[in-house]
Ligand binder design. Structure first.
Ligand SMILES: *Cc1c(COP(=O)(O)O)cnc(C)c1O
Length: 397
């Protein structure tokens, strides 16, 4: 197996861990790659391009406006910056310093995770509510909506919500608290696609901003994401992300993205300037989004299952159990469970050997400590499936 990476001395690997960033994320469909190639051959006004992106994202999410960000994480930073600064040019200039203005985002203690650094980056102070009583084996109740309300004070600027299959309290309840208190709520929904319905679901519930990853199951460029929501917040995002080195007299951004006549001037480069999104990435993301919305990926499910069946049926070892898990949405998953009492290698040993061989095979981290090797088929094709099978058979001998 020889790849473009060989030219620069980087060994080829096979990513069977899914869309994980550390192994390059999802491979893009040919149509997305071709759209990016074409986008790279012509110039375009970036504000006009983001204006068009906003209209398309609005159409498929039902949100008032949208923006292509350099990942869900960037969307969370930009969205938080928008919630804190709005279109106040002085505040935009001040970020990430937020002394003297509302800067607290309320978050459930059980929603805290490494990605919330993105919100802190914009200058937000996260105020935790609730208790981890179940994890601590010291109680039965999870965070409750009233706890958000009780934490609201004069410095509260909004609510931060991390959406997952088991997130609690339900988003609807937290949105109720937000609406009642006139506070915006930003939702981290990075990994919540598919199902396709989620493009609209959180917006329909009344979330003010929702961030999705573009480089996970959407299969767009790795360094893209979508932020959608209220128009005035997306305007603030555009002001803090686009190249602002311009004369007011000749500045003509699309008025639906940035209503120039409501502004006293042009801000300097904002806190989001480092989250630049290239024209190729915007087009790649929009093309991937279109494929996703038009159900182009649904047909790949059967093929993905066949790849997993091929691997699974090749393993014939009484100390190893294989099982294909059918999700309600998305990709099937293969787990290869090692009977630790009978097999001489642990799942960690096997994972390490797979990783360090040639080609390197990177399986999911999830499950290793329970003795299971998990294979995600997102980036498999026939050739890679055979290579993965050969390597697994060798390593488990
Ligand atoms: C992946 C992920 C992110 C980051 O998304 P990027 O698009 O890689 O920036 C944020 N939050 C959660 C919960 C994620 O799973």
């Amino acid at each position: 197996m020889s790849t473009i990476y060989d030219k620069f001395g980087v060994r080829p690997i096979i990513n069977v861990s899914g869309a994980s960033t550390r192994v390059g994320g999802a491979l893009m469909p040919a149509e997305v790659i071709e759209s990016m190639r074409e986008a790279a051959t012509e110039s375009v006004s970036m504000s006009e391009l983001q204006g068009a992106a906003s209209r398309y994202i609005s159409e498929v999410t039902g949100a008032e406006a949208g923006y292509v960000t350099s990942g869900a994480s960037a969307g969370l930073t930009l969205g938080t910056a928008a919630i804190i600064a709005g279109c106040d040019l002085g505040k935009i200039e001040s970020l990430p310093r937020t002394d003297g203005f509302k800067n607290q985002l309320i978050i459930s203690r059980e929603h805290r995770n490494g990605y919330d650094h993105a919100a802190r980056l914009a200058g937000a102070i996260l105020v935790e509510v609730g208790m981890n009583e179940i994890t601590a084996n010291a109680g039965v109740r999870r965070t409750e909506a009233w706890e958000y309300e009780a934490a609201i004070n004069d410095s509260t600027v909004g609510i931060y919500y991390s959406q997952g299959p088991d997130s609690h309290p339900p988003l609807e309840d937290v949105i109720n608290v937000a609406k009642k208190n006139n506070l915006p709520i930003i939702v981290d929904a990075a990994g919540e696609l598919p199902p396709k319905e989620n493009l609209r679901r959180f917006i329909d519930m009344g979330a003010d901003l929702v961030a999705f990853s573009g480089g996970k199951s959407l299969r767009g460029p790795q360094s893209t994401g979508i932020l959608c929501g209220k128009k005035h917040l997306i305007t603030s995002v555009a002001l803090q992300n686009l190249d602002m080195d311009e004369f007011f007299e000749i500045w003509n951004p699309p008025s639906d993205l940035i209503p120039k006549d409501t502004l006293p001037g042009i801000p300097r480069h904002g806190i989001g300037r480092g989250f630049k999104v290239s024209k190729e990435n915007v087009i790649g993301l929009l093309t991937a989004l279109k494929l996703f919305v038009e159900d182009d990926y649904v047909s790949t499910y059967g093929e993905q299952r066949q790849f997993l069946e091929y691997i699974s049926s090749s393993i014939d070892d009484e100390t190893i159990n294989t099982k294909i898990h059918e999700p309600i949405e998305g990709s099937p998953i293969l787990t290869i469970s090692i009977n630790l009492n009978l097999h001489k290698k642990s799942a960690f040993d096997i994972s390490n050997e797979l990783k360090n061989g040639s080609p390197g095979i990177f399986v999911q981290e999830v499950g290793l400590e329970q003795g299971a090797i998990t294979i995600h088929p997102l980036n498999l094709n026939e050739e890679r499936t055979k290579l993965v099978t050969e390597r697994i058979l060798k390593v488990i001998q």
